[in-house]
Design a protein around this ligand. Structure first.
Ligand code: UN1
Length: 493
């Protein structure tokens, strides 16, 4: 019998709903599990349950919450291979990468378990004598976390771990096509000793999620929304939150450029472009969009890049491959649409485009040379194994080209010239910059996030994310025994 996956709210299985089949994209005829998708009620109920559980959880001392985070890390580590296998089976991520993704959860737990002992506030000098000022970090309340399935376990943990550590409850709505991996991670979190209701998992389609979230925001049971996904959906989440006077944490798409300067180590640049452009079948928000290569080295770079792509192994994600299938049918279809953006003036290398023969959702890697700055392929994100190439003559032009699409997630530069590195850093609008390194592969304790169409400036990971999941509370304590008025009774100099 096919495995059944259902929402878990307050420690109990939620109601069954509309069945959805999560498939193995390497063998699309194979159903990994049937997922019961709930309606808006299920989402809103989960938020109410979370709000009730949060009050007790916030009273658990932060260092003790840190110990729970430590247990989560140990449990994930002990189950790393099983979890990674599930990720490979359900979203087609090569096993080595899936294992790396699980490692990222452990790293995130390692970082935040100590934050439980460091949720510092401040003491602040007062304008007046016999008066002290303080700040405290307080949990926001309930976080609704909506995540994509290209990183079905690591990216959710970037929200879940700090949100829980800070004393919040969470309602997590993962992508339905990655529901089995998400459910497995959820169970490890629950097994680590989180009280029922503090973490809830809800499966729902986009429309039910929006309707449920709108209701929960209206009822005041959600105080923070975290969303990782496309720019279009992120805009809608932002609008919804704005109507409820909330500012969400948005981690959206990218059109990430790689600038190759004339002095670059071309082999290194090719290696970076191969991984960033085609790793995870180009389905990372940090995937490489366009190589902006100096005209003097364009031909040499392109020859080597095309050769590397020609030699790359694509196929069964259980083997050692550059990439496996697309995440799901929906992504394969969308990618076929992006392929229609190739224009007659472009040159396509190594040659084939589109779906490979066989049953899996495998697609040929495509390099598109001769992309011009106004082309759709230059301006918009294409979630799939396709990389554009264009040329420049001076660094200022390269920076302008890097910024032109209006995203601002990850940008990279290959050069030996430190002056170029710093001018590039100052000029690009990206939240993350790589020097002689691929646009993908952020570490779990640096601020992660983008600007422009890539997000609203919020950051995940590391200590910076604490500002998403706590709010500052200010307190003043006057022990003078009289009413001292701020600004009016300031001590004389
Ligand atoms: C994403 O694709 O949503 O830097 C996140 C990287 C990964 C995270 C990508 N660690 O590519």
């Amino acid at each position: 019998m096919t495995r059944q996956i259902v929402s878990v709210i307050g420690g109990k299985d939620g109601p069954s709903g509309t069945p959805y089949e999560s498939i193995n994209p390497a063998r699309p005829a194979e159903t990994v599990a049937t997922v019961q998708l709930g309606g808006p009620d299920v989402f809103a109920d989960a938020c109410r349950t979370a709000a009730a559980a949060q009050r007790e959880w916030a009273r658990v001392p932060a260092p003790v919450r840190g110990r729970v985070i430590a247990s989560i890390g140990r449990l994930v580590e002990a189950n790393a291979e099983t979890l990674a296998r599930l990720v490979t089976q359900e979203v087609g991520k090569p096993y080595a990468e899936a294992l790396g993704e699980v490692r990222e959860i452990v790293d995130t737990c390692d970082f935040f378990l100590g934050e439980g002992r460091r949720l510092y506030g401040q003491t602040v000098p007062s304008e007046m004598p016999d008066k002290s000022l303080f700040t405290f970090r307080v949990p926001v309340g309930v976080a609704a976390v909506i995540t994509a399935g290209n990183f079905p376990v690591a990216v959710p943990s970037w929200y879940l771990v700090p949100a829980l550590l800070c004393g919040n409850a969470v309602v997590w709505k993962p992508a339905e096509y990655a529901a089995v991996s998400a459910h497995a991670l959820f169970r490890l979190f629950a097994a680590a000793g989180l009280p029922d209701g503090v973490l809830n998992i809800v499966f729902a389609d986009g429309a039910a999620t929006f309707a449920g979230l709108d209701r929960a925001l209206g009822e005041g049971t959600v105080q923070k929304v975290g969303f990782t996904g496309s720019t279009a959906v992120g805009r809608a989440v932002g609008e919804l939150c704005g109507r409820h006077l909330q500012s969400p944490c948005l981690e959206l798409g990218g059109k990430n450029p790689m600038v190759v300067m004339p002095d670059a180590d071309l082999d290194l640049a090719v290696e970076g472009a191969l991984f960033a452009g085609f790793g995870t079948a180009g389905q990372r928000c940090t995937s490489l969009g366009t190589v902006i290569v100096h005209e003097d080295v364009h031909d040499e770079f392109l020859t080597r890049f095309a050769e590397a792509v020609r030699n790359a192994k694509i196929g069964d994600p259980n083997g050692e491959v550059l990439y496996g299938p697309m995440l799901d049918h929906k992504f394969a279809e969308r990618y076929e649409d992006y392929l229609t953006w190739i224009e007659p003036h472009h040159t396509v290398l190594p040659g084939s485009t589109g779906r490979m023969e066989g049953e899996g959702l495998y697609y040929h890697p495509v390099i598109v040379d001769g992309v011009r700055p106004g082309d759709r392929l230059f301006m918009e994100e294409t979630f799939g194994p396709i990389v554009g190439v264009t040329t420049f003559t001076g660094l200022d032009e390269a920076i302008e080209l890097a910024n032109r699409p209006g995203y601002g997630l990850s940008s990279s530069i290959y050069t030996r010239d430190p002056q170029a590195v710093f001018r590039f850093r100052e000029g690009v609008s990206a939240g993350m910059i790589s020097v002689n390194n691929s646009t993908s592969g952020a570490e779990a304790h640096l601020p992660f996030g983008g600007n422009g169409k890539s997000g609203n400036g919020s950051r995940q990971s590391g200590m910076w994310v604490l500002d998403q999941f706590t709010r500052w509370q200010a307190m003043n304590w006057d022990y003078s025994g009289r009413l001292q008025k701020a600004q009016m009774d300031v001590a004389e100099i």
